[in-house]
Design a protein around this ligand. Structure first.
Ligand SMILES: O=C(O)CCC(=O)C(=O)O
Ligand SMILES: [Fe+2]
Length: 308
């Protein structure tokens, strides 16, 4: 096997010359792992993947996590988490965006961000995918950091930001809620979904990647709440809010994004310590199944703000 690396539109790369059903040598494993760290987002196409192969392939990148929500529909392979729309559970995840009912849309986020200990990465594999619907977006926060001016970079070194978990999009301060109406069956509090009530988590304005040492912008719109004690960095509360608005707008710039339009046989792997992701959701009744494996996070990037 000889891997070819082709840059995607703005960020991330497509890997070709790879066949998941061929034996993968240690040298290729090392190469895949370094590519994952070098580019943050890897796309593979035309793979004939079974659940077992997906799990075996994902293990190249580290030990796998059994998803804490235990909503897997796969008893035999608990490492596999099935993301499904177009079925019975849709009503809990349906909301109205500018007059259109959409299932499962998610704002830019980092998985398990609110715990202070995000997983290292995840791999999604298309099982049943609609055309031109249900896209997954990836945003490179290392590139977003590099593109900032020096003054902002210096300021980011001095601040810490808090993330506040919420089940209600309307309560998230920095997501765009214009034209948004929650659906009637959407969960209102963590216990509605059997989630614990997560305390806030704090992150530095710039996160240092535990493996590559690259600087990663610590700002992601979902759950973003506030700068902690902004006065210590010479900012008033209002200036701190303006700063977060400006940084969120920066992360939304298309030059840091790649949106994957799914085809059967596709797999996408990302580095959750560096790239944020989102999903456009699907129109009502559209069937979409993605199988997901999660690579464990063995580093703590944030800290939990518990009452003292
Ligand atoms: O369904 C998707 O496209 C991605 C969902 C997601 O946010 C995740 O798997 O972490
Ligand atoms: Fe996610």
């Amino acid at each position: 096997m000889k891997l070819q690396v082709t840059p995607l539109e703005n960020v991330g790369v497509e890997i070709s010359g790879f066949d998941i059903n061929e034996p993968v040598s240690d040298a290729i494993k090392d190469e895949l792992k370094s590519l994952w760290h070098e580019y943050g987002i890897l796309v593979f196409r035309n793979q004939e993947i079974t659940q077992e192969k997906q799990i075996e392939f994902s293990r190249i990148f580290g030990p796998l996590e059994i998803h804490p929500l235990k909503a897997t529909t796969n008893e035999a392979n608990p490492e596999l988490f099935v993301l499904e729309s177009g079925g019975e559970k849709d009503k809990f995840f349906t909301a109205n965006y500018n007059g259109e009912e959409i299932v499962g849309r998610l704002d830019w986020h980092i998985d398990l961000h609110y715990t202070g200990r995000p997983n290292h990465g995840a791999l999604l594999r298309a099982v049943v995918v609609p055309e031109n619907d249900g896209l997954t977006g990836f945003g490179d926060l290392a590139k977003a950091y590099d593109a900032l001016d020096q003054e902002t970079k210096d300021l980011l070194e001095k601040i810490e930001v808090a993330y506040t978990f919420s089940m209600q999009r309307r309560n998230m301060r920095y997501v765009d809620v214009e034209g948004y109406e929650p659906g009637p069956n959407q969960p209102k509090k963590p216990s509605d979904m059997n989630y614990p009530d997560f305390p806030d988590a704090a992150y530095p304005g710039v996160v240092t990647h535990p493996i590559t040492g690259r600087k990663v912008l610590g700002i992601v719109e979902q759950f973003l709440d506030r700068v902690i004690t902004p006065q210590q960095a010479g900012l008033s509360n209002d200036e701190a809010i303006d700063l977060l608005q400006k940084l969120v707008a920066h992360t939304r710039r298309p030059e840091f994004h790649y949106f994957h339009e799914w085809k059967e046989g596709d797999m996408v792997l990302w580095d959750n310590w560096r790239a944020m992701h989102c999903t456009t959701g699907t129109r009502k009744g559209v069937r979409r199944i993605i199988n997901r494996t999660t690579i464990e996070g063995d580093a703590t990037l944030g800290r939990v703000l518990t009452a003292e």
